[in-house]
Design a protein around this ligand. Structure first.
Ligand code: C2E
Ligand code: MG
Ligand code: MG
Length: 448
């Protein structure tokens, strides 16, 4: 924190938190207000990262107040030690801390900061040296996207934090706050209309082999170009569909569209494997396996030419039921991938039971490799984990050549990211398959 921030703007006494020595709530809000105004003038972006210690009341009663204070002090110290010098840290509640990330180049970097905080808080020790296992949840809101005042940003970060807690994720970035309650019900209505009137389309992003430098398949990513709302991100409309009973028709549509278009792509690239994302609530629907089987039959697709991606946090919402569904899908012969790996809270006891073929390392770690050796270490650990479990490992979010070759040398099998290609419309993807250097290496001869 700069001297100006520490002193506040009103000339009043500094409002430091006496226990942890970092800014207290009032001082933090003050500093945030100033930065919002400055960022507005510079036309740049900042993010508020709100962090809550899970079950702090229980910590108080189990370890006692003195130990609980030591934990708070250590959390504050760790936050101070991992934050960039210019960023602002504060204690904003009994068990809540916040960080303002200044001059953010991309909102994704806020996710990276969240992962760093989580990693730094993995091992907490009391003064007597005994370890304490704490869990934290993080909510993130970005200026100006999610709010233009300190109150609005903190509120959005708080909502995101609760979502993270309810969905077993370590952190969550706020949804687009321009969607007020009223407009979100309008959006649900329009989404219903979009599903039945083909306003949705799938874009395709290649997945490649990093050693053979060859196309393997693509991930189908949903797009909604709404006449009323413009381009609505899947991060916004998929949770909405989940909450309003629309996810099943949406999933059926994407599965069938992807498999139909996969037939066309395989005429150019016979080995092509199509990846489709499944969201949390469909994982507990017993009908899902039957529907996947029917879709494969309809489009004459061999089961191993379909990969289903499920996020780690979706599985952890209801692990037992999800594992059953995944087992059923595996028995069909479909390939399975754990998406956004590293951002959920799955334990080894669940990991060993997951009948999956692929680990997909979350993009926040991959993007961080260029600047942070700790991210490289985490990625290497995940690659080793995948190898030990005999899973193939794919890294998503590869944005530059250096990261691509580094991942290959670290033993990562597959890759995906803007450096290889952004998600493309069906037409542009078909063109890409014909022109790309990733399809120059011929396919191996089919074994008869
Ligand atoms: P995901 O499955 O983890 O997909 C990866 C997201 O990262 C995509 O965003 C993709 O466009 C983006 N991405 C890929 N490479 C890079 C890169 O190098 N740099 C950066 N900055 N971003 C990259 P998108 O398309 O907005 O999708 C967001 C999420 O929405 C997906 O995350 C997935 O969870 C969900 N989603 C998308 N389509 C579907 C769908 O058909 N069904 C379901 N259930 N969920 C979907
Ligand atoms: Mg995915
Ligand atoms: Mg992902």
């Amino acid at each position: 924190m700069t001297a100006r921030h520490a002193a506040g703007t009103t000339g009043k006494r500094r409002l430091m938190d006496t226990l942890t020595g970092i800014a207290g709530r009032a001082d933090f809000f003050n500093a945030l207000d100033i930065e919002i105004r400055e960022h507005e003038q510079k036309d740049s972006t900042l993010a508020v990262v709100l962090l809550n210690i899970k079950g702090f009341r229980t910590i108080n009663s189990v370890y006692g107040y003195s130990a609980a204070d030591q934990i708070l002090q250590q959390v504050a110290e760790r936050i101070q030690s991992v934050k960039r010098q210019q960023d602002i840290a504060g204690r904003v509640g009994i068990d809540e801390f916040a960080l303002v990330l200044l001059n953010l180049k991309s909102p994704h970097l806020a996710g990276l900061a969240a992962n760093k905080l989580i990693a730094s808080l993995e091992e907490i020790f009391l003064d007597d040296g005994s370890p304490v296992d704490i869990k934290i949840h993080i909510g993130i809101a970005v200026f100006p996207e999610h709010g233009t005042t300190s109150d609005a940003l903190m509120q959005q970060a708080d909502v995101a934090l609760h979502t993270a807690r309810d969905t077993w994720q370590a952190y969550q970035i706020a949804n687009n706050s321009q969607l007020t309650e009223a407009s979100s019900s309008e959006l649900v209505h329009d989404l219903e209309h979009a599903i039945s009137n083909s306003e949705l389309e799938l874009h395709y992003q290649p997945k490649v082999d990093l050693h053979e430098l060859r196309l393997l398949g693509a991930e189908a990513l949903m797009r909604w170009e709404s006449p009323e709302h413009g381009l609505v991100s899947p991060d916004t409309f998929i949770p909405l569909a989940e909450d309003n009973g629309l996810i099943f028709p949406l999933t059926l549509w994407s599965l069938n569209t992807a498999l139909r278009q996969g037939v066309e792509i395989r005429r150019l690239w016979p080995d092509f494997r199509m990846a489709v994302n499944l969201s949390a609530s469909t994982l507990t629907e017993y009908e899902l396996i039957e529907l996947v089987m029917r879709a494969l039959r309809t489009w004459g697709t061999a089961p191993d030419k379909l990969m289903i991606e499920v996020t780690e946090s979706a599985i952890m919402k209801n692990p037992e039921a999800s594992i059953k569904t995944l087992q059923g899908l595996r028995e069909l012969g479909v390939k399975l991938s754990i998406d956004d790996f590293g951002t959920g809270y799955s334990s080894f006891s669940y990991l060993k039971q997951l009948p999956v073929h692929e680990l997909k390392i979350d993009q926040s770690f991959v993007m961080g490799m260029a600047t942070d050796v700790n991210d490289t270490r985490i990625v290497q650990t995940m690659i080793n984990l995948g190898q030990n479990f005999e899973l193939s490992v794919i890294a998503e979010g590869i944005e530059d050549e250096e990261t691509l070759y580094q991942l290959a040398s670290m033993g990562c099998h597959h890759g995906q990211g803007y450096y290889i290609s952004r998600p493309l419309t069906r037409e542009r993807f078909l063109q890409w398959v014909q022109d790309s250097e990733w399809t120059r290496t011929p396919l191996p001869e089919p074994s008869s």
